[in-house]
Design a protein around this ligand. Structure first.
Ligand code: ZN
Length: 185
């Protein structure tokens, strides 16, 4: 017994052999958009609203390790200048103080808020978290801070100097929203 998918494939294969490819594609488009094929054939430059699905990859370049460690091990990576010792978070590929070379360095999950603002609006992904804060958080063992979401734990504002701790999503995708900070009680 052939499955319906196999049957559909066989029909499509037969069609592809017997008809010009363009007319088969027009037929598929017409079917998806619920149109009459004759419209496509009749109008030479008739335009049809269509949908294009594109798959692509993008690279994190020299920041790759930050995202792979975040996704695979729920760890925060900063970078340390081997010449002057400054620790950057988020990591930089070169020291912006002395142009020295950089090495990767894991930084603490505990941090201090440098500045923050409270948001009462959000996109769908964070709608349940409103109100929440976004702020610059400096890990206790780093010299610079990173802009990140801060869970207010019932408060409305978070003061500079407040201690926070990084929390990680259980299912991480290698994106910056894989982690957030929350106020330490
Ligand atoms: Zn340096």
């Amino acid at each position: 017994m052939k499955t319906s998918t196999e049957k559909a494939r066989e029909t499509l294969r037969k069609e592809l052999k017997s008809k010009p490819l363009e007319s088969v594609i027009d037929g598929i488009i017409a079917e998806k958009l619920n149109l009459n094929t004759s419209v496509l054939e009749r109008e030479k430059y008739f335009e049809i609203p269509d949908k294009m699905v594109m798959f692509y990859k993008y690279s994190y370049g020299e920041q790759s390790r930050f995202f792979s460690e975040l996704m695979n091990h729920a760890k925060l990576q900063g970078s340390r200048c081997m010449k002057c010792g400054i620790v950057y978070f988020p990591p930089r590929s070169r020291c912006s103080e002395c142009y020295g070379e950089i090495e990767w360095k894991e930084v603490s999950n505990e941090g201090t808020v440098l500045s923050s603002t409270t948001s009462w609006y959000a996109t769908s992904e964070f709608f349940d978290s409103v109100p929440y804060a976004v702020g610059y958080v400096k890990p206790v063992d780093a010299d610079t801070g990173m802009l990140q979401r801060i869970d207010l734990k019932g408060r409305e504002i978070v003061e500079p100097g407040t201690r926070v701790i990084a929390r990680f999503k259980e299912r991480r995708k290698g994106v910056v929203s894989d982690f957030w900070y929350e106020i330490m009680e």
